[in-house]
Design a protein around this ligand. Structure first.
Ligand code: ATP
Ligand code: MG
Length: 218
């Protein structure tokens, strides 16, 4: 893939920006659905996907290198209005979401508003992330439903985070897409089709690069 455009936070002054972190290993239709739901539901100008840097010692043969995860994410947002990708974390900007939000806030200035977008599983984990108090003071949260999670538990978590951290959280409950990167990695290794689960350009990239144990003759 040729060089692809990455989002410049310096150009985001006075914008309402949504940031969506993740390993994106690989990006799939569930991520894109959540990004679009947040874009429309929270009235954001742009949703920027932020693939995380994974330290080399944590890489296993089942994972794709950071450069490939970034390239696949860029392919997935190409031609998608309102969506963009950033190499901020992969390029070493920060490792923890709270630090990322702090760094991005400095780049885009006080006029831009930041929302952090996450799925139901991450919402339930958030209180155990690094410095949730700081994270929740730096961004509003847009949480998008993901099948398999109890609505009652999600609502209770929102109430907990509001009461204990003063969190500003919107919960988007329309539909939901039951796809995970783990499922895509497993299907790839078994030679099963990926069409409809990831964008076509991402499926082609996985095969071309032989990621996730894909073999030409499998
Ligand atoms: P893995 O199976 O490897 O954990 P994943 O599908 O959970 O991958 P991540 O990169 O871990 O993808 O997720 C990044 C963010 O996207 C998280 O906040 C996660 O909750 C959210 N997310 C992932 N899949 C969905 C989905 N189908 N619907 C809504 N949100 C999702
Ligand atoms: Mg996950």
């Amino acid at each position: 893939m040729d060089a692809f455009p990455v989002f410049s936070f310096k150009d985001a002054r006075d914008m309402r920006i949504g940031l969506m972190g993740g390993t994106f290993d690989p990006i799939h239709m569930g991520h894109l659905y959540a990004a679009r739901q947040a874009l429309l539901g929270a009235g954001l100008h742009r949703v920027v996907l932020l693939p995380s840097g994974v330290p080399p010692h944590k890489m296993t043969g089942a994972n794709a290198p950071a450069g490939d995860r970034l390239a696949m994410t860029a392919l997935a947002v190409r031609g998608q209005p309102g969506l963009a990708v950033s190499d901020y974390e992969i390029a070493g900007g920060a490792r923890y979401t709270a630090d990322t939000l702090d760094g991005i806030r400095r780049l885009c200035g006080s006029g831009c508003s930041l929302s952090f977008i996450l799925g139901a599983d991450s919402l339930l984990d958030l209180r155990r992330w690094y410095r949730p108090d700081r994270l929740l003071s730096l961004a509003d949260i847009v949480a998008v439903y993901r099948p398999g999670y109890e609505v009652c538990a999600l609502r209770a978590e929102v109430e907990y985070l509001r009461a204990n951290f003063g969190a500003r959280i919107a919960l988007i409950m329309n539909g939901g897409v039951d796809i995970s990167s783990s499922c895509i990695r497993e299907r790839t290794g078994r030679g099963l089709p990926l069409e409809g689960l990831v964008p076509d350009a991402v499926a082609a990239y996985i095969r071309e690069k032989g990621l996730y144990g894909y073999k030409q003759d499998s």
